[in-house]
Design a protein around this ligand. Sequence first.
Ligand code: MOS
Length: 748
Amino acid sequence: MPENTQPSVIGKPQIRIDGPFKVSGTAMYATDHNFPGMLYGVPVEATIASGKIQKLDTSAAEKMPGVRAIFHRANIGKISRSTPGEGFERICVERRPPFEDDVVRYYGQYVALAVADTFEVAKAAADAVRVTYDKQKPNVEADLQPDDDPEEIATTYGPVKRLQSERGDPENAFAKAAVKINQTYATPSETHNPIELQAATAIWDGDKLTIYEESQSIFNMRDVIAQMFGLPKENVRVITKFVGSGFGSKLWPWTHCPLACAAARQLGRPVKLILSRRMTFQSAGHRARTQQRVRLGATPEGKLVSLQHDYVYERSMLDNYHEDCGEATAFHYSVPNLRVKFGRAKRHIGTPSDMRGPGAVPGLYATESAMNELADELKMDPVKLRVLNEPKIDESLGIPFSSRHYVECLELGAEKFGWSKRNAQVGSMKQNGLTLGWGMAGAAWVAARFPAAASIELRDDGTVRVASGTQDIGTGTYTILAQLAAQKTGVALDKVEVALGDTTLPEGPISGGSMATGSLVPAVFAAADNAITSLLSIATTTPGSPYEKRKSDDLAFEGGRVFVKADGPSGGVPFADLLRRANVRLVSGHGSAEATFGEKKPKFSTHSFGCHFVEVTWQPEIARLRVNRVVTVIDAGRIINPLAGRNQIEGAVVMGIGMALLEHTTYDPQNGAPINSNLADYMVAVNADVPPLDVHFLDFPDKEINELGARGIGEIGLAGIAAAITAAVHHATGVRVRELPVTLDKLI
Ligand code: MOS
């Protein structure tokens, strides 16, 4: 197809097309769907974190009016284990099906399920189930000592190249280095806390199962559930039209979903199961606690000679989710001698899982903090230190970067922030009676494509439909799909209908890894090209068509019109006219694109980059610390929708303020419960904590990723921000906080 020369809708700020549905309350989230005869399920949560169920007394609960069943191990029916497939098939971090045995391995593990006519009765019945346990003392110890074979490689999912990375002789180089940093940084467990709670509604029709879930990956959920219930994939349909954010907590299926499906199967009625906020802290994933030792060795001039990043993270008793803290370590800076190594510590906790910027976010907190400490040790500007150690290629893989503009990020960030006015002396900068602290840090996040398919219809009323079974988790995927379709078909955005969030649609990418947009570009473009090919063939074969005697090759499609190439785009016929004349309601095209994520022999190392510059204010008299100003610069290739893009980065920075200053999930050492499992006790950053955020995007399209050059932006904004904030805190107070969050007791 000829290049489209119409005014581009790509790169222009676009208001979300789904906005009106959300603000008018007509957007249907997973739990908004109700069905005749629907029942409500409420799980019974284990009140111990380690031990065995001795007795489950359901008699009182069963007698309550309106109760339909109390399910447990003996009566739930068969739920098989789902196993991982090739590559990214059937990902599931908590593999044990609910009720598989009578062992309790974490607090809040589901041990029974009450199902009743109303939610209230189901809740009362769940509370009335009496469980006695053979109880053991749980291990939720905060200090992490590796307890597994250090040579064992995690087998969670996907090809993970940098699990352990080594080059040169890092120990020897460190021993000989003129300047050294050797510090340990700790990050706590964090819980995702999207506003929309997790939930599943399961409806059986014979051996066909429909599930309404707020999933970040509907096809993966379909495949996992199909295997658990012994169904062919085609018999399972997962629907997710809107998601009230996920941050990774909704990427993979949790055990409430098969529970709802099993209960619905046993009762022959639809069952809806909504988690409480407390349950989401216990049994729907969290960011793993980490302890990370970083050793840096440098020349007196600041050239890195050795980097060692050894980290330990917690995992559950059965699962092996990998927190890949070294994700960015091996390529971020030029250093000849390097080692990244990890160990794991088993705890009686629900399994950790991906949380926005998994691995890299806690990892970069540690490595970027160490870089800042090295800069101070060298009495060197931390920006200059980073520029000095800019690599020419990805030194861990020995291949070039597809597009890397980290230095430009640093330069623009420094300029916008006014970094040159910094006085490095701790506590030396004052403003309006407050002590100012300035800090900065770099960011990186992987970019790649997941496999994606999409379809496009050109319709005889001049509208276009684009469909892909992906999800919009609040990031703006509805609008991105509309923009991609509008760009290729030349119709206005409001003439594009978007369908997503349904496994009956072409298989779309997961909404994870910041890869949905980049994966959708080639799939939608190929679908549009195929639809246009069909249109041209109709134009040249329909009797009476103005192009009846022409060859398809003589024709072009642009701005929604078909015209003769030789005549130029000024004339031509709108596609809707051609379809009506041919008495064809629509033409459609299907398109798909391969994954690049996990490629065995990639030609390029593909990542996004960025940096944050932060100002805090500190009032020692009243121990008041505030983030006062943030400048963030992001190099994520082409930004398709700068409005939604800025929103993603701002949201990530807000989350970063929470990570740095507020968030931590705390386990009770006695019973193993996450004790602050509610939004009153688990603090996230709110508007009052957030200053004006200044976000800048560089514009270097990365054509290795797709033809628009668009990488992802969902996660990178959270990378590095905590290190920038702790550096600013040190600059203001003189206190190095190496264990997040920076609570005030650590400053006074
Ligand atoms: Mo993100 S943790 O890949 O949803």
